[in-house]
Write a protein that binds this ligand. Structure first.
Ligand code: HAM
Length: 419
């Protein structure tokens, strides 16, 4: 038997309706905020992520699916959505269209990580990217969009953590303070962090190595190094959240695992799905578009992992209704009647009703059982006498009421039933 590759999963029909619920809720919520869908390719030139996500990040260092294609180009399967959206925004001249550009996507992502609960090698993100505005109001709007989405899914008990990691200027001062601090503990840091110290010491704060984590505990905090502009921005974001009654905790330790962030960063964290508790993460990235060769256009967004959302929903008892019901199930008594069922099914489908019949030669008892399993609203058994009389009894499954209906009046009957 050939198995799925490690860190990937099949989504089977008994679960796919839950995915549809999450995706439909994502689309509806994005529209409430006037966001429109963008679809970018599954793979990009590797450079998009080297320059976008950042060369000192774990994603770029260890986790990317990178290969040379047959033309010798270095290609990477997208590890996240933002860099590709930024590339598309520049390439399609979107900065000269109406701003802000309010975009959303639902996409698969690929990271070569060690698989565990909530951490896969292929996973799916619902993401938002709002480009063009520097306003603190839009930061709060993006955070509230994420919260509205999580609320609409029925997920409770998440904690929203926010931080401000500054602009280029305050980050420079902060990086120096971190270098001074880490210099005292350099021997204790992992090899990767040692190499990060020079280029980007903030990455050390995000390291998952237990020794590095211990050293990080007493490291200087970014909030003490913010310039006036960044401090004011943070204050305003908090005011906007307060005005809307959004609860949050300021966590100066959030740095996020990607290099493009500036100023506002945030995460929604669940306590009940184990180590991979961050279900949603995002922030502002005012330098990204410029870094990838575009104009100086600011942006802010987030992404949430669908697999993690489904885990939280399951663990906190959120029930998703499977509304994939069948309007009519036509049960043939034998081979002769199967043709009539086949014909009627197709008439029903052409008129917008979900219809099904038997192709397995099941007994009538087994067909009723099956009809129940597929949530059939009506079942009609067709035997030789039904064919002779040109009519059939429709059994309403919710209350067992039976109605005799002429074959050529089935559509009228269903309309009369309010369908
Ligand atoms: P991220 O924090 O790397 O941010 O990922 C966002 C979310 O994707 C995580 O909170 C998690 O739910 C999910 N996720 C990440 N890695 C995995 C994995 N290996 N298995 C399962 N789920 C995973 C970003 O990707 C940014 N692009 C978010 C963003 C958009 N920031 C601004 N705009």
């Amino acid at each position: 038997m050939i198995n799925v590759p490690k860190g990937t999963k099949d989504v089977l029909p008994q679960d796919s309706y839950k995915w549809q619920f999450v995706e439909n809720t994502a689309r509806k919520t994005a529209r409430l905020f006037n966001a429109q869908e963008i679809r970018t390719p599954t793979f990009e030139h590797t450079e998009v992520f080297l320059r976008g996500v950042g060369e000192t990040t774990d994603i770029v260092n260890k986790e990317m699916y990178t290969f040379n294609d047959k033309g010798g180009r270095s290609i990477t399967l997208k590890p996240e959505g933002t860099a590709g959206v930024a590339r598309a925004f520049i390439e399609n001249g979107m900065s000269s269209m109406t701003l802000p550009s309010k975009l959303f996507y639902i996409t698969q992502c690929f990271r070569y990580e060690r698989p565990q609960a909530g951490r896969l090698r292929e996973f799916h993100q619902f993401g938002i990217e709002f480009l063009g505005s520097k306003s603190a109001g839009i930061d709060a709007e993006v955070i509230i969009l994420a919260k509205t989405f999580l609320d609409n899914l029925g997920i409770k008990n998440l904690t929203l953590y926010i931080n401000n990691i500054g602009c280029k200027e305050c980050r420079q001062k902060y990086a120096n303070a971190l270098r001074d601090y880490f210099a005292k503990y350099e021997d204790g840091l992992c090899e990767l962090c040692k190499s990060r110290l020079e280029k980007n010491p903030m990455r050390v704060l995000d390291c998952k190595n237990s020794d590095c984590k211990e050293i990080n505990k007493n490291a200087p905090e970014i909030l003490d190094y913010l310039c006036d502009d960044c401090s004011n921005h943070f204050k305003k974001v908090k005011e906007y959240l307060d005005v809307n009654g959004v609860e949050y905790k300021v966590d100066p330790r959030i740095v996020r695992g990607l290099d493009y962030y500036t100023k506002t960063v945030f995460e929604f964290v669940s306590e009940n799905i184990g180590a991979q508790g961050t279900v949603c993460g995002g922030g502002r990235y005012d330098g990204l578009i410029g870094q990838l060769g575009g104009n100086d256009v600011p942006g802010i967004g987030f992404a949430t992992g669908i697999e993690r959302l489904l885990m939280v929903m399951e663990n906190s008892g959120v029930e998703v209704k499977n509304d994939n019901e069948v309007t009519v199930y036509l049960a043939p008594m034998g081979e002769m009647e199967a043709k009539k069922c086949f014909e009627l099914c197709n008439v029903l489908r052409q008129n917008g009703y979900v219809a099904d019949t038997d192709y397995m030669g099941k007994s009538i008892k087994a067909q009723f059982k099956y009809a129940d399993k597929i949530n059939a609203k009506y079942v009609a058994v067709i035997g030789s006498s039904e064919i002779e009389n040109n009519s059939v009894k429709f059994k309403r499954m919710s209350d067992g009421v039976e109605t005799l209906v002429d074959f050529n009046k089935i559509l009228e009957f269903l309309k009369g039933e309010g369908l």
